[in-house]
Ligand binder design. Sequence first.
Ligand SMILES: *Cc1c(COP(=O)(O)O)cnc(C)c1O
Length: 344
Amino acid sequence: MANLDWGNLGFKYRETNVVISSHYKDGEWSAPVASKDFDFHFSCFAGVFHYANSCFEGLKAFRGVDGKVRIFRPDENARRLQSSGHHLGMAYPSEQMFIDMCVMCVKENIDFLPPYGYGASMYLRPVLIGMNPQLGIASSKEVIFCVMCSPVGTYSGAASLSTGTAAISRDYDRAAPNGTGKFKLAANYAISLYPYNMAHEQGYRELLFLDPATKTRIDEFGSSNFLAIKGNTYVTPLSDSVLPSITNKSLQAVAADLGMTVEKRVVPVEELAEFEEVNACGTAVVITPIRSIDDKPALAGSEVTRTYTYGEKVGKTSEKLYNMIRGIQDGREQDIHGWNLILD
Ligand SMILES: *Cc1c(COP(=O)(O)O)cnc(C)c1O
């Protein structure tokens, strides 16, 4: 077992034992190999460097209360990577190959899987990138698929859920209408770096992006979906430019299990005034409760025209949903949907 301060991992990169990779060339994937060398060697003309021929995933493995190792919904991540790879016109791994390589990554790096009881987990990062040398703009013919990992805690290191603030991004979009918002592409992140740097400088944790076509509806935060609670109803935006979050999908199922109404529909910006609890959700932390959202016509250099406020602490319903997901991941709650892949 690696000698790490499991209670204070934060969310950052740490080197582990190995990275797992497979190479696609001439219509075939090579057998996955585990390598201690984390430095890839390939052409400076590779598509990934110039045209962002790259997509990725994020999922987690947990050491349960019963000592068993669980990977949360890897089949969902496999299918999402396939849709991203397909959109980039690149070869992509089969669902089984994706899952096998994730399992291999966990097993080969098992020393870095945090023990139960620290709220920590092993974050898996599969990436699919185009590597053949090219000058013309084209989908990559030669591809590398690799799965690496890093042990992670919560963003804040705190045991309870810490709240964050957000600003509505009115003058920057993360996705284009009919663009790539619903795929997990590296390019989408490049687009949001500039406004995020600005937001962070102003002390905001998150940016809330609107639908890029009309700027009247809520889409999602930069790297997490939007979910709100209104009475006994779970509300999350229906939009073509939102990334289909697996955490959101799981939370919706749990909410329905608990007897809540789940509404996936258009959410006008003004409805922010009617919500009791608002959260960002994604694999990294499951949910980040949002305590306030500022509306600014321009991110830099304009006044806040309106502030929507929610609780200083996580809302009761959000906390219940969070605990259920974390319980399923840790083996404390019954996995009635069969979401966990339990390793032997
Ligand atoms: C990855 C991602 C999410 C969260 O998806 P999960 O499957 O829940 O981790 C949400 N929004 C964007 C833009 C993302 O890239």
